[in-house]
Design a protein around this ligand. Structure first.
Ligand SMILES: *[C@@H]1O[C@H](CO)[C@@H](O)[C@H](O)[C@H]1NC(C)=O
Ligand SMILES: [Cu+2]
Length: 159
């Protein structure tokens, strides 16, 4: 009986967590342009909604650019933190783990002053997919309903 209860607790947790994982978005910063000098990252970010769990991929030729996380002052004044803190592989993935404002700059030469910098606001939780919005939404909510039904049935037998 105890094992049975544990199983349904696990199922309940999965039912709650899975939809938010399934709807996380992986963004390539700048899309096909990647992370470079002379691109308007403010325009790129303008119409996007970033949520906790989403990822940012900074793509560039290693050595030509890098990625430094800064605060708002560092962003507007292009204050470069210690270069040892830079991401520099050319294929840098950042998971947006917490909500709030995030600022990233390139620390190479005067690229930041030239506009190679990104400011985004990360929101708390992804919205639930609306059942009518897409086939994915229908699948996701259908799957969730099955899991919730399992939890409900499990709860009746486990107590
Ligand atoms: C922003 O970062 C700089 C270093 O890059 C630091 O000197 C400054 O105190 C920070 N400002 C705030 C408000 O945290
Ligand atoms: Cu650069």
């Amino acid at each position: 009986m105890a094992a049975n209860k544990q199983f349904f607790v696990v199922v309940a947790i999965v039912a709650i967590i899975l939809p938010s994982i399934a709807s996380a978005t992986d963004y390539t910063v700048g899309d096909d342009s990647g992370w470079k000098n002379g691109f308007d990252y403010a325009a790129w970010a303008k119409d996007k909604q970033f949520y906790v769990g989403d990822t940012l991929l900074f793509k560039y030729e290693s050595g030509s650019h890098n990625v430094l996380k800064v605060n708002g002052t560092g962003f507007s004044e292009c204050i470069k933190p210690d270069p040892s803190l830079a991401l520099a592989t050319g294929n840098d993935v950042i998971t947006l783990a917490t909500p709030g404002r995030k600022w990233y700059i390139c620390g190479i030469k005067q690229h930041c002053a030239g506009g190679q910098k990104l400011f985004i606001t990360v929101q708390d939780a992804a919205p639930q997919p609306s059942p009518s919005s897409s086939a994915n939404g229908i699948l996701a909510s259908g799957y969730q309903m099955v899991l919730i039904a399992m939890v409900a049935i499990g709860a009746m037998f486990a107590v």
